[in-house]
Design a protein around this ligand. Structure first.
Ligand SMILES: [Zn+2]
Ligand SMILES: [Zn+2]
Ligand SMILES: [Zn+2]
Length: 160
């Protein structure tokens, strides 16, 4: 069993090795369960994304990945990102067009992403109740909701 990482603790100085380890262990477990392969490339991209809590863009990832594999192409990165997002291991931050690793991929969750505009770290916060109430509201307007992206910009605990 993986221990969930508290989104409050990751906003403070903390042992980030634990976050990395958690993300990689969850990745192994989820891929085994789904019967899909966490290839070396997919794993490495996940590691690069989880190096910090900062959101990272696809081209930034490509630059880092190219240090190890100079022949890598954007499509290499995009394919790996698609796989990781599909598996719930990575989330896209639409407002930044960038990606973060998920620290609770092993459990169902609907979160709002808290983005610090100073240090650019991004954290997930569970917001299931908010999703439910917005969906219920939209349904009361005879609107059929399908997807909702919640991103909140501001300052994290360390920066404020
Ligand atoms: Zn961390
Ligand atoms: Zn998540
Ligand atoms: Zn910050």
């Amino acid at each position: 069993m993986l221990e969930t990482i508290d989104s409050k603790t990751v906003q403070q100085p903390h042992n980030h090795k634990g976050c990395m380890q958690h993300a990689l262990q969850a990745a192994e477990q989820i891929c085994t369960k789904k019967g899909v392969r966490l290839t070396a490339i997919r794993k490495r991209i996940l590691e690069l994304i989880c190096t910090s809590h900062k959101a990272i863009g696809a081209y930034e990832l490509l630059d880092l990945f190219k240090l190890e594999d100079p022949k890598a192409k954007p499509v290499t990165i995009y394919r790996a990102l698609d796989f990781l997002m599909e598996a719930g291991l990575v989330h896209k931050i639409e407002s930044l067009n960038a990606f973060i690793g998920c620290l609770q991929a092993e459990k169902q969750h609907k979160s709002v992403i808290l983005i610090c505009d100073n240090c650019k770290n991004a954290y997930e916060m569970d917001a299931t109740a908010v999703y439910e109430s917005l969906f219920a509201l939209s349904e009361s307007m005879q609107f059929k909701p399908q997807c909702l992206t919640l991103e909140l910009h501001g300052l994290c605990a360390s920066c404020s």
